[in-house]
Design a protein around this ligand. Sequence first.
Ligand SMILES: Cc1cc2nc3c(=O)[nH]c(=O)nc-3n(C[C@H](O)[C@H](O)[C@H](O)COP(=O)(O)OP(=O)(O)OC[C@H]3O[C@@H](n4cnc5c(N)ncnc54)[C@H](O)[C@@H]3O)c2cc1C
Length: 550
Amino acid sequence: MPKPVIFSIDDDPSVLNSIERDLRTHYGQEYRILPINEGKAALDYLKKLEQRNETVALFLVDQRMPEMSGTEFLLEAIKAYPQAKRVLLTAYADTQAAIDSINEVGLDYYLMKPWHPPEERLYPILDELLDDWKAHVRLPYEGIRVAGTLWSLSSHEVKDFLTRHQIPYQWLDIEKDPNSRKLVESVTTETKLPVIFFPDGTNLIEPDLKVLADKVGLQTRAALPFYDLVVIGSGPAGLAASVYAGSEGLKCLVIEKSAPGGQAGSSPKIENYLGFPTGISGDDLTRRAVSQAKRFGVEILSAQEAVQIAVREAYRIVKLSDGSEISCHAVLMATGASFHTLKMPGAQALTGAGIYYGAAYTEAMNYRDKHVFVVGGANSAAQGALYLSRFASKVTVLVRGREPTASKYLVDAMNENGKIEILLDTDLLEVKGTNSLEQIVIKNTKRDETQTFDASAMFVFIGVQPQSRIVSDLVLCSGKGYIFTGLDLLVDKKPPQGWTLERDPFLLETSVPGIFAAGDVRYGTNHRVASAVGEGAIAYALIKEYLKTL
Ligand SMILES: Cc1cc2nc3c(=O)[nH]c(=O)nc-3n(C[C@H](O)[C@H](O)[C@H](O)COP(=O)(O)OP(=O)(O)OC[C@H]3O[C@@H](n4cnc5c(N)ncnc54)[C@H](O)[C@@H]3O)c2cc1C
């Protein structure tokens, strides 16, 4: 395997030499450093790399070049290498161009010249970007291979599971590639998909996610019979609480039915989380949080669903879907929310076969140069549309209202994106397709006009509902299922019926002592990563108080 390439492009020979030297010193072992002094020549060279199936990890490009600006170069280059990280080298006077480039080319960073000393101003930034690149890139290597069809729900679920766990794999589409079909037929005559091939020569056919989790070495069973705190859900709220609990020495277990990260983990780019001016992808944030929690001794179970919580005196018992039980002193419900699904006829059968909920991150690459649709006008839909536009030829966003409700910066970015078309006052009426999505029927409610479009994929982001079912008989919830906590439980300034303690419930405590709730599942949430993280941290502080009372 040739080393992945780091491209550095600058028309000033002295700058080019100096950046080449710094890059070679730090990255030369792992990457091939390619210095080029002109944008057009670099684009020609990129074509050669593409033909040789070589990978580019990073473009480090001067913004101010005579023939072609850095941004113009990146616009072209990322067509061939959409996964490569993009960094502009700018002078102080070019900052505005760099900021514009954040939206235009999805810039990952802009570095000010001079960057010395590189140990402080160059390597830490590039290290992070390259780590992130490594975590997601699909290299042509002999790792896990997933063979299936684009239209099989279980293939989509397996891909989504691996992607969300940041486990690299190669996707083999047996409809497109006869060799992949032969490979599948060599191990099974059944029509079950996907078939997952492992480097050790074994394979799994349409496996249960827990079996897959075990096989790829994820923890699926608790190591201890008893914990101080069990957190259910590993989105931002659950992970934040677990980091604080672990850092203060509590025995803490996190139970996750799917993969860490929750909704935030499916966000291609979170741009309003404090401290990340060029945004951070949900899985990058998750990877950092998971390693932080693990460093503090927190156990995180994957592919394990909590199905019930019971109260036995001072103990709280969490029952898992495999029948096992875990006891603890306190439970944090950080189960977040899940997307509403389409209720129209046929939609369920086409889920995973062209209709996807969230999941833009997992499937976008499969719709390269295709026309895809996004349903919804909020932040998640806008982010999905922007991410899909990196691959698709056109993205049509169907918005029911008079305008998208997404934040201004996202609406602006969509409006400025030549591939994105927004249809306002538009209802989705019907989905059609036999084995996969083929057409959608929409209606412009203002003009009372109906239109049918050919559609191979539709990504649906139409609002969320709290995932509180497992405690809906145990703790007090709102009519929509959000869990009441703290002050919201008080009636005439008194605790709710059945509350047994002298004190009032703590701020994030539910109507059952020792069971807490934080994040999107909690009544009063504002559906933001920062709020979920904040609530997770506060919940931990209150749980600590609760533990003192035992
Ligand atoms: C695509 C998208 C983009 C977004 N972008 C932004 C953004 O840019 N900025 C922003 O501030 N917010 C954004 N949000 C909102 C933000 O992600 C959420 O507010 C945040 O993730 C809520 O965190 P949480 O921990 O409360 O719940 P979640 O993130 O929903 O996590 C809950 C976790 O609990 C697990 N779980 C549920 N039930 C069980 C069970 N019974 N057993 C075990 N595990 C269970 C789920 O699988 C999930 O992993 C976005 C949301 C989406 C969907």
